[in-house]
Ligand binder design. Structure first.
Ligand SMILES: C[S@@+](CC[C@H](N)C(=O)[O-])C[C@H]1O[C@@H](n2cnc3c(N)ncnc32)[C@H](O)[C@@H]1O
Length: 232
């Protein structure tokens, strides 16, 4: 791990919320969370069904590969659905790990017939594996993976990517990490860009900084900011 990322990790540990505060944040998320199925079906039932079929396929792929130790994935069904719905030419994500989110975005782009995904992670190998083991070989030509940590990757990516139409944040979950990334990414967002924050239950970042919707996914919460109001 790069020294800078290691330093950030230690600093974040020291500033993470107390168990009591975490319980309050969880309660806030629970109180605000909308059912994902109702959201998807209200926007586009056929596309939501397609996303559900993709989800089952990806989960099957996950079971067939050695992905233990990478940790859980993001809300891949929602990501697939949003990318199919909005058809971004440029998507950016932080946090690849096994690649649930990467594969969801890339598969949706393939179904759309266009788009490039720029991804940021750390230069690590888990059990000799690269980040993104779930990413199918046929999707890799539209994938640009950077592995020097967000602080190096984001400026490099944003200098090349063009306006970002879809942004998924799933790396350093601290408020400081989210704030830093947002300062970099925000000036490069297209006016109607969709932004998804994973694990919003980790601190008050989403409540205090964003205007958006909250969804429960498995045992966590996801925040969605969509300037178009997601046409709901
Ligand atoms: C929760 S996992 C991402 C899961 C992934 N989005 C998925 O759906 O499979 C978090 C990832 O963020 C990466 N990460 C943590 N801190 C980072 C940083 N400062 N810069 C880049 N990546 C970081 C970790 O290496 C890890 O792979």
């Amino acid at each position: 791990m790069k020294l800078r990322a290691l330093f950030d990790k230690v600093a974040n540990r020291l500033s993470s919320p107390s168990p009591k505060e975490l319980a309050a944040i969880w309660a806030w998320c629970e109180g605000r969370a909308e059912p994902l199925d109702a959201y998807g079906e209200s926007l586009d039932p056929a596309l939501w069904a397609e996303a559900a079929a993709f989800t089952r396929k990806l989960e099957e792929r996950g079971r067939s590969l050695d992905i233990e130790g990478f940790g859980g994935g993001a809300a891949y069904g929602l990501l697939y659905f949003l990318v199919r719905l909005r058809k971004p030419a440029v998507a950016l994500e932080t946090g690849v790990a096994a690649g649930w989110s990467s594969e969801a975005i890339l598969a949706a782009m393939a179904a759309n017939g266009g788009g490039v995904l720029w991804s940021s992670d750390l230069p690590y190998m888990r059990g000799g594996r690269e980040p993104g083991v779930l990413v199918s070989p046929e999707h890799r030509d539209r994938w640009r993976l950077f592995k020097q940590g967000d602080k190096d990757n984001l400026p490099a990516i944003l200098s090349e990517s063009g306006p970002v139409e879809f942004f998924h944040y799933d790396s350093d979950k601290s408020v400081a990490g989210r704030d830093w990334a947002w300062r970099q990414v925000r000036p490069h967002l297209a006016p109607d860009a969709v932004v998804v924050w994973d694990d919003v239950q980790d601190n008050w970042h989403f409540r205090d900084r964003m205007e958006g919707r909250v969804f429960r996914f498995q045992r966590k919460f996801v925040g969605l900011v969509d300037p178009t109001g997601a046409r709901s």
